[in-house]
Design a protein around this ligand. Structure first.
Ligand SMILES: NC(=O)c1ccc[n+]([C@@H]2O[C@H](COP(=O)([O-])OP(=O)(O)OC[C@H]3O[C@@H](n4cnc5c(N)ncnc54)[C@H](OP(=O)(O)O)[C@@H]3O)[C@@H](O)[C@H]2O)c1
Length: 319
């Protein structure tokens, strides 16, 4: 059985997504659409995709497609995902799912009404490294955990809409939900009482931000995202008996585990296209007839969006 994907837009990320679908067990890319037919044809030819459409409307009406991947500019996610759902397609929407809690809820509600699957693309939750770290935490190997330190550094943002707030640009919309979904998955707890600050550009985009959250069980979660300086991209998890470090945690192939007093051990899961695990999961959900992922749960997306809304209120209050 094949799960047939249609891709909306010609974003840079699609090369990696197409690689992942092709590396997956059941996935197949059937078509690609752009708002310009010429662009669609050129990208489709480059990626070896047969069918190219000059509009997203034509793509969602293709009867030979099961699921639409939405990696468009952030502020267009809701409208684009709605279009796919209205036309009876399952949807995988890139992060951030939408730019507000209200819009995220609306997408899930509408998908439920239509009996269709929808998931926010959060590849980090499906990585073997993430799963192994989660097992280590569950087995109490580093003792009771009290602190997560997330840091993301993207000093050279190479695209213009990052600097436009209305488009969903900025550090928090761009990478904040990597941290939020990852922390919710590892702690399996609701995150509460977000507080934070940002450095805003003249146009009101957060060029960097820092925030602190608490999980219901009392774990402190610190998040830092900067596009202004070269910092680290790493997650450090501290427990009473040891620590775990994961560089580039959202696409990690490796992590180190240090139980204090013992040699450091490395977890290693090399892979070419790290999105493959996420694609395999979507395929599996569709085969099982699920409408929601049991891993990247709807409430992770909704709560992330709410925290993002709350943090933006804080950023603006302090500016
Ligand atoms: N999960 C991950 O690992 C990962 C990594 C990077 C990015 N992302 C996410 O993927 C999405 C795409 O990011 P990207 O950096 O690859 O984007 P990009 O190269 O800037 O492309 C965005 C695409 O959006 C489409 N689009 C639709 N409406 C638009 C509008 N009004 N203005 C401009 N473009 C519009 C365009 O496609 P057409 O012109 O062809 O219609 C364009 O190619 C973002 O949501 C981002 O957060 C995810």
């Amino acid at each position: 059985m094949k799960i047939k994907y249609g891709i909306m837009g010609t974003a840079r990320i699609i090369d990696r997504f197409v690689g992942a679908v092709r590396a997956s067990e059941m996935g197949e890319v059937r078509a690609l659409a752009s708002r310009s037919l010429e662009k669609a044809r050129e990208r489709a030819d480059g990626l070896g995709i047969n069918t190219a459409y000059g509009s997203y409307e034509e793509l969602v009406k293709d009867p030979d497609i099961d699921v639409i991947y939405v990696p468009t500019i952030n502020h267009a996610h809701k409208e684009n995902a709605m279009l796919a759902l209205e036309n009876g397609k399952h949807v995988l929407v890139e992060k951030p799912m939408t730019l507000s809690e209200k819009d995220t809820r609306e997408l899930f509600d509408f998908a439920r009404k239509k009996n269709l699957f929808i998931m926010e693309a959060q590849k980090s939750l499906f990585l073997p490294v993430t799963n192994e770290v989660k097992r280590i935490l569950e087995n109490d190997e580093i003792g009771k955990v009290h602190l997560f330190e997330y840091s993301i550094s993207i000093p050279e943002v190479g695209f213009r809409w990052f600097y436009d707030k209305k488009s969903g640009g900025g550090a928090l919309y761009g990478s904040g939900n990597y941290i939020l979904a990852h922390a919710m998955n590892l702690t399996e707890e609701k995150l509460t009482s977000a507080t934070g600050h940002a450095t805003l550009s003249d146009e009101g985009v957060d060029l960097q931000c820092a925030f602190v959250l608490k999980s219901q069980g009392g774990v402190l979660i610190e998040g830092k995202i900067t596009t202004m300086v070269q910092s680290d991209s790493i997650l450090r998890i501290f427990g009473e008996k040891g620590k775990i470090e994961i560089h580039d945690f959202w696409k990690a192939r490796e992590a180190t585990v240090e139980i204090y007093g013992e040699p450091v051990r490395t977890i290693s899961h090399p892979v070419e296209f790290e999105m493959v695990y996420e694609v395999d999961h979507v395929n599996e959900c569709l085969v099982k007839g699920l409408h929601e992922s049991p891993v990247m749960k709807s409430h992770y997306s909704i709560e992330s969006a709410k925290i993002t809304d709350d943090l933006w209120t804080e950023f603006l209050k302090a500016s």
